[in-house]
Design a protein around this ligand. Structure first.
Ligand code: ZN
Ligand code: ZN
Length: 174
């Protein structure tokens, strides 16, 4: 798919080539989903997806809106919200709700399965992946007669070192 808006600078540390491939793959996946569901295939939706592809972290809708505005994209919050819903329904994004906080999203393809630690003071999100979590998942599920497919664990706490709780500074997600 031709994309005349492809930026020439790399965004957020992904290599240009890697990012281009990722964007093309995600666009293809999204286009297929939109077609199947008979949703409109608008350029704004692809623009949102392109920006998300470059974000190698969690973000919420407001952070994405600010991020895109700073990059000069003219996009409404409503489009961002509806596109995030579509991208989640299509499996491109995973949506996390961390305790009453606004929903956070991340690319499904970003990382293999991981769980989250969240500082309730500064909202810092740490990702971890422990083999023992998978063993616990299997053991607990089999105790109750289930074949475990997946799990989602969120641990809430506060940073050890209050100096690293940068609650008043920029959001850690974007
Ligand atoms: Zn994560
Ligand atoms: Zn903290």
């Amino acid at each position: 798919m031709a994309d005349t808006n492809m930026p020439h600078v790399s965004e957020q540390g992904r290599g240009d080539k890697e990012l281009t491939t990722l964007r093309l793959n995600l666009r293809e996946q999204f286009a297929e989903f939109l077609k199947k569901k008979m949703y409109r295939n608008t350029q704004e939706r692809y623009k949102v997806l392109d920006r998300i592809a470059a974000l190698d972290k969690h973000f919420n809708a407001d952070e994405l809106y600010i991020h895109m505005s700073l990059l000069g994209d003219r996009i409404s919050r409503a489009t961002i919200y509806s596109t995030l819903d579509l991208l989640t329904a299509c499996g491109i994004l995973v949506k996390h709700t961390f305790q009453g906080d606004s929903a956070h999203y991340e690319l499904t393809s970003r990382k293999p399965h991981h769980d989250h630690l969240i500082c309730t003071e500064c909202k810092r999100i740490v990702e971890f992946n422990l083999d023992s979590m998978r063993e616990i998942q299997t053991a607990v599920a089999s105790t109750y007669g289930l074949n475990a497919l997946s799990h989602s664990l969120q641990i809430f706490g506060v940073c050890d070192d209050p100096m690293h709780c940068e609650h008043k500074q920029h959001s850690p997600a974007v």
